[in-house]
Every structure is written in structure tokens, then in C-alpha cells.
Design a protein. Sequence first.
Length: 339
Amino acid sequence: MAIRQSKRRRASRDAQQRREVFARERAVAPPRPSSVSEPGALVSPALGLHGLDWIVAALVVGATFFCIFWPTIVALVGDWQRQADYSHGFLVAPLALVVLWLRRDRFPRDFRRPGWLGLGLVLMSVAVAAVGLRYFLAPLAGWSMILWIGGVCWVLGGRRVFVWALPAIVFLFFMVPLPYRTEHLFSGPLQRVATIISSWILQAFGLPAVAAGNTIYLGDHQLEVEQACSGLRTMVGIAALVYVFVITTRRSWWIRALLVLFAAPVALLANSLRIVATGLLFHFVSDPASRLFSHDLAGWFTIPVAAALLGGVLWLLGRLLVEVEPAAGPELLGRSQAS
């Protein structure tokens, strides 16, 4: 009996010594590298960037970006200031950052290889900028800037980070004004549609409005629907709003699809209301008041009205169409057995 107790004590001491040795070794040994970075850590296994190196790399990339594209940024800001229909451009970059923030839970934590294919996008941006300079196509300069951002994102973070950021990168294209030829191609039909809808609404207000071509006759006066009033630029702003909603909302895919389908009619209606407001000012107030509104205030008026109409469409869809999740098969079987 005494021998057994002695063996047990000896085994207990040996086990205790082994645990102490193991604990000392764990305390001394360096931590093993992990392929998955901690949430929020500034680590890029793709290029071996850690902590301060990441910040330095970001500063270098940012300085390079502004050195190359500063004239392009100044030109874009000038377009947003001069053309009220493109004033939504001021909101595109901040909203792109909001999109990235809303997608932060999908950020890949285990990217390990640099995305050298991103250099192809960088070279493509240089080629696009060269074509824009050669043929005096101003929008190509803005497009080349966005391609450059995508290429650098791919190189620094790899393919998985590029795919994660792609929705925000694509959204940046909405801040670039449309090419003149594109506007000219679509403006004619849209002008005609806007003229017809506006004359109908003015007639509903009891005014003697008659549409002839791109002109609305209000009694003895004429209201010209110019190319800038076609609504094409308004469609770009509305498309930007719909895009942000579609990629950030958790609504069903068919709700988002219906909202995309309603984007063009909503833009046309908002633009027609802009023309109607101009016609009412022209008829009841004065010609200078209508000109002040149509040239200076109408662009700022149209986008909020279109956004409100879009919100109304979304509210109406939520009232008419109820999303119901189907119950699981075993649950239905259990209910039928219980009844």
C-alpha cells in the first residue's frame, strides 16, 4: 500500500514538472505566424506590409494619386459647380466610402498574394488618359482616374480585396459627366417625352398648354424645352441613388429589381415636374422668375424631388408586396401532425 502511494506521488510530481516546463517553453517561444490577420489590424500579407509600413504606403499612394490626377479632379469639381444636374458628383466619393464601411464585415482577412494583374488596370488607365488627351475627350480623364484606383487596390490587396471594393469603385463612375455625343444622342427623344408629359400636367392644372415638337405653347407664350431639360443628367443622379440602395440594402432581389426598373420613369417624371414648375412661374409670376428657376435652381430641385419619388415607390412596393420567408419542411410536417 505504501509503495502504491509513493508511485502515485512520484507520478504526480513528474506530471507537475512537465506542465511547468511546457508553460516556460510557451512563454519563451515566439508566436507562430498566422495567415489570418486580426480584425482592424493594418496588415497586408500580400506585400508584407505591417503597421507603420501600411500607413507609409498609403501616404505614398495618395500623394502619387493627387500628383497625377489633380488637374482631373479640378476639372470635375468645375463641372459639378457649373452644371447643377451634375451636382451629385460632390456626394459620390463620400458615398463610396460609406459603401465600403457597410461592407466591412466582408473584408477578406486572409489575402496572401499581391495582385500583379492589377498592373494591367493601371496601364489601361494610362492608355485611356492618353486617348482622352489625343482626341479631347474630357470624360476619359475621369474614367482613367477610377481605373487607376482599381488597379492600385488590386496590386496592394490582391484579387480578393479588389473584388470586395469593386462595388464602391464602380460607383465612382457616376461622378464623371457623360460624353457630349452620348448626351446629344439621347437628348432628342427624351426632350420630346418630357415635353409631352409636362404639357399633360399643365393641362391638368387648367392651363392652355399645347405641345409642338420641343415647345410648349401657353396661350400667347412659348416655353422651350432645351437639351439641358431632357432629363438625361437627372437619370444619372437617380441611377446613382438606386445603385447605392441596391448594393447596400438587404431587401429581396425582386424588390431591388423593381426599383431599378422604376428608376427611368421616376427620373422622367421628376424632370417633367421641373418643367411644369418653370411653366407655372412663367404663367403666373414672370418670365425672369421662370428663367431664374430653370437656369439656377432647377438642377438642385430635381434630384431631391426624384429621391422623394423613389422613396414613395419603395414605400408603395413595401405596402403592396409582402416578403414572406417559407417555413422549413420539417416544421410544416410537425404542424400537420400536431393538428
